[in-house]
Unconditional design. Sequence first.
Length: 123
Amino acid sequence: MGRSPDRPQRDRAHSTLVPSAVARLCSREVPCYNVSTMATVSYLDRFLDPVAEAFTPELARKIVDLRADAEVQSHVAVLRRKANEGTLTRDEDAEYKDFVEALDVISIIQGKARQFLASYQQD
């Protein structure tokens, strides 16, 4: 499970690299991880191993296809723009950070679902 080939965006509000993975949840691309939390992601990846053991083909496909709805996409686009401009309020900053952290977990689970489907189709 590696990072997507495109480059992360600079998030001026957080002074860290935040990938455009926020936008990816709204697209069909493979999500990538927040570079500043790669160690945490590694622990999450291991912690979520038992989840993958419960996958069925149907569940794995639903997880791979999981996307934010239009309302969430629109709201996150506003937060992303404001983060890049450095104009997030404290509440918006907390909300945006929560979304990015949730995206890390979703990305890991989606990666595990893709791996499951790839190995399931080979059997």
